[in-house]
Design a protein around this ligand. Structure first.
Ligand SMILES: [Zn+2]
Length: 134
């Protein structure tokens, strides 16, 4: 069974992020002026306010910054327990994704665990989740 996920509203800015998984790509907005990243995707760089921003595929690896184990079944169909984590992305300073750690038992997740992106597709949205690198 697949856990139903809140569906994001696609727009010109976030489409590459939510659909990049179709090509196996984790796309993050990068500024063409200052070279820094902006997430969630916006039409302006959050650092220098340039409009010269575009999505760019990043490595898709990172490390667990913080995490918590959710035991509460917030909605019908939600499989518990599961891990909610904040993942620091390699090569993408300043960007931390809030995501789930999947494909392992919840008690196998620890701070600073190396992880890599895996995508879960639901109705054309490719949710970036992460699994431990073994
Ligand atoms: Zn910038």
């Amino acid at each position: 069974m697949t856990t139903p996920r809140p569906r994001p509203r696609l727009d010109a800015d976030n489409r590459a992020f939510w659909t990049g998984g179709a090509e196996g790509k984790l796309n993050i907005h990068k500024c063409g002026e200052c070279g820094q990243y902006t997430h969630p995707p916006k039409p302006l760089c959050r650092h220098c306010h340039s409009e010269n921003v575009a999505s760019e595929a990043v490595a898709g690896t990172g490390a667990v910054d913080t995490y918590t184990i959710n035991h509460q079944q917030w909605m019908p169909g939600l499989e518990v327990p599961f891990v909610i984590a904040r993942v620091r992305l390699d090569g993408v300073p300043g960007v931390i994704l809030t995501t789930n750690i999947v494909n392992c038992a919840v008690d196998e997740v620890a701070f600073d665990d190396p992880v890599r992106v895996v995508f879960e597709e639901q109705d054309g949205i490719w949710f970036p989740l992460f699994e431990k690198v073994r």
